[in-house]
Design a protein around this ligand. Sequence first.
Ligand code: ATP
Length: 324
Amino acid sequence: IKKIGVMTSGGDAPGMNAAIRSVVRTCAFHNIECYGIYRGYEGMIEGDFVKMNARSVKGIINKGGTVLKTARSKAFRTKAGRAKAFEKLKSEGIDAYVVIGGDGSFTGAMVFNEEYNFPVIGIPGTIDNDIYGTTHTLGYDTTLNTVVDAIDKIRDTASSHNRLFFIEVMGRDVGHIALNTGVGAGAEEILIPEEDLGLDRLLESLRRSKQSGKSSSIVVVAEGDKIGKNVFELADYVEENMTEYEVRVSVLGHMQRGGSPSCFDRVLASRMGVKAVESLLEGKSNYMVGLKNDVMDLTPLNKAIKGRSKINMELIRVSDIMTV
Ligand code: ATP
């Protein structure tokens, strides 16, 4: 392997830049040429490549987003699109690549590998932490900190007005972000897709909390939760059935994806980049790098995609105890 490509694909996540930096510098360390591929598979198909060296990634470790941009590519889902991508990589002499993205990006990498036997290693970059084979995906820790900070601020206004706030957080169909930030910010209830609390129990719990002398309440709702049709309908239902509080909704939205990566994510990105490049140099392919028991580990891409990252059930109990 003489030339390695690096790209970000799918949704962006804080820490992607730190991972790009690590891939580029690990290549430089091993005297391997490194090419940035812009806009994920879209740029691969168009041959939108740029040669990078150790200095081209200066000053980005602390930046959110991704300097290589990211995209969702319809064309890469077609045989013709992937054939074009292969031609572009071949004509540039790129003979392996690192893809930083989520399960969709890994699926694309596997399909491409089956067709062209093109060496690839994945780095899990998504705030949702919904990938099997790593306890932490890149960006997850930063998002937890961003969300906890936002909830703290909302609590200031909630307690000044005796309000009940429903705060919707990201996480797609898993409850990692909701569960951890709910415990971290002291939410009264946490609604996650993995556990169906039921509307009656929610009301009962909120009444209990009011009776115990609380002046405000925070309910953290995972975007994938199924209890109400959506967080606004859920809030309406609670307001109709509970007159004790004024109810408000806050959907945190895309601010959860932005911002400077936490120290944890920067360190994780640096480790993952090194592991990804060195795995390619050892002749490995079709794996995702991940963190397990604080060591870097490899999981086959097909397992990473199919497996389910499980929430920590202990946290549900901890949350129940904390809201006594
Ligand atoms: P996130 O989880 O943050 O959304 P992701 O990597 O899962 O990130 P997707 O949009 O699902 O994001 O996938 C990224 C890209 O991977 C797609 O736009 C597409 O180009 C490619 N891809 C996904 N699935 C396939 C597939 N079955 N065949 C070929 N390419 C695919």
